[in-house]
Design a protein around this ligand. Structure first.
Ligand SMILES: Cc1ncc(COP(=O)(O)O)c(C=O)c1O
Length: 457
């Protein structure tokens, strides 16, 4: 089949038209979707056509049928989960990723991506204040970045104990115990399941969800076999950070591997104002973060960092006679996937566009908006902010659980902003996560006004 230039031109033109119109609309449209799954499915049509359709027409159909079913996640007033938006430089670069269609596996086969990946990796280590020379892999998500770091840790600890996982698997291997704070993110448990390590041992946390160093010390004393300690930069409810310096020192005294899940919080290191939160974190052995959260690149982009490149290579490296290897190492040796898109292009683009001060400003702005939410909520009748708000997360209650659930329902029905409910410390809470680069003071004011309406109704 030959390339039909006219069809290509019209398909890209229609995609640009729909994308641009959508992005301009998110400032004013309601954040929740207006169509259900069934309505979108009906608009798309159920049947696979017997023959071909012009590509531009398909793009039109997709955009028109789907748009009512889209949640305005790129809106500056979307505060659910930990989502992030898309910086324009990252979006532009991401379009090129699809057009260039590079399978970024081997250093010499895709030199453009390798150069960009290596530059972005250097900048990331510098900004996040992690050890120069650590291996940086671009994966789909923080979950897979946690998988990568913890796999490297599992294999390294077992190697030190005289067991080669590559040869022997896990059957008959010494037990690897994993210590986690009781408020670790649930994706850690999932990853431990993938890794055959089973349920972690929970270490008590304080009122903000930070692992307690005394409790960690006591837990470390209970077992002298291979141990992984998993710490957290950014609790999904409170935004709190584990006390890294003390915990890393305890763990290393016991020869444990320390992994830090910093899905959104590791970015505190890029801000002179907030970097005290990650003090001591650089002493760990592996780290995970997301670029699709705080850095605001499109989904999907997580980042796995391992201090000793040989450790991640041992866990993730593979052979293949048809692969073209480079003596300096290949990108696929740092990640679980082989074939993958050029995720480093958008990361490089947003870092290049913001520069050092721009990334710091981004982090500072997200935190300042979270603080404004906390202050604004405190002024509302019956509202109580239940976390210290050290970073980008705010949790609030409105009297009893029923009333809090009602306020959550009302704010979602209002449509101005999107915030979800959750359960934290045995309380129903309204959870606000500020993660989008485009959130403005006006977005916060409009969202607080909507909250005032939800409380008053
Ligand atoms: C602390 C933490 N770890 C891990 C994750 C999982 O991230 P992802 O959805 O990118 O896999 C999240 C998601 O919000 C998180 O907050």
């Amino acid at each position: 089949m030959t390339l039909d230039n006219d069809q290509l031109d019209r398909a890209l033109d229609r995609a640009h038209h729909h994308a641009y119109r959508w992005l301009l609309s998110v400032d004013e449209r309601d954040v929740p979707p207006s169509a259900s799954v069934e309505e979108v499915a009906a608009a798309l049509g159920p049947d696979l056509p017997d023959g071909p359709t012009d590509a531009a027409k398909v793009v039109d159909l997709l955009a028109e049928a789907c748009e009512p079913g889209l949640t305005a996640m790129p809106s500056g007033r979307f505060f659910g989960f930990v989502i992030g938006g898309t910086h324009p430089a990252a979006l532009g670069a991401d379009w090129l990723v699809s057009a260039w269609d590079q399978n970024c596996v081997m250093r010499r086969v895709t030199p453009a991506h390798t150069a960009v990946e290596e530059a972005a990796a250097r900048w990331l280590l510098d900004l996040l204040r992690l050890p120069t020379g650590a291996a940086v892999g671009f994966v789909t998500s923080a979950t897979m970045a946690n998988f990568t770091g913890l796999a490297a840790g599992r294999d390294a600890l077992l190697r030190r104990a005289g067991w080669d996982v590559t040869d022997g698997g896990l059957t008959g291997a010494p037990r690897v115990r994993v210590l986690v704070g009781e408020e670790r993110h649930e994706s850690i448990d999932l990853v431990l399941r993938f890794l055959g390590l089973g349920r972690p041992t929970l270490v008590p946390a304080d009122a903000e969800g930070r692992i307690r160093p005394d409790a960690l010390g006591a837990a470390l004393d209970e077992y002298d076999g291979p141990t992984i300690v998993c710490l957290q930069a950014g609790n999904v409810h409170s935004g709190s950070f584990d006390p890294f310096a003390e915990c890393v020192a305890f763990a290393h005294r016991h020869d444990a591997w320390v992994h830090v899940d910093g899905a959104f919080g590791l970015w505190a290191g890029a801000s002179p104002t907030y970097r005290h939160l990650v003090e001591g974190c650089a002493g760990a052995d592996s780290w995970s973060t997301d670029a699709h959260k705080t850095l605001n690149v499109p989904y999907d982009c997580g980042i796995a960092v391992v201090r000793e490149p040989a450790d991640v290579r041992a866990a993730m490296g593979m052979e293949g006679a048809y692969l073209i290897r480079d003596d300096t190492g290949d990108p696929f040796e740092k990640v679980p996937e082989l074939s993958r898109r050029g995720r480093a292009f958008p990361v490089w683009a947003v870092l290049r566009s913001l520069g050092r001060s721009g990334v710091a400003d981004l982090v500072d702005r997200l935190c300042a908006h979270a603080r404004s939410f906390a202050d604004g909520l405190t002024a509302l009748d019956g509202a109580e902010v239940v976390n210290e708000v050290p970073f980008t997360q705010v949790c609030a209650t409105f009297g009893d659980d029923d009333r809090t659930r009602q306020v959550v329902q009302r704010i979602l029905a209002d449509g101005t902003a999107w915030m979800s409910g959750s359960r934290w410390h045995d309380l129903e809470v309204l959870r606000i996560s500020v993660s989008n680069w485009s959130t403005s003071d006006d977005d916060v004011a409009r969202s607080l006004a909507a909250l005032a309406r939800a409380v008053a109704d």
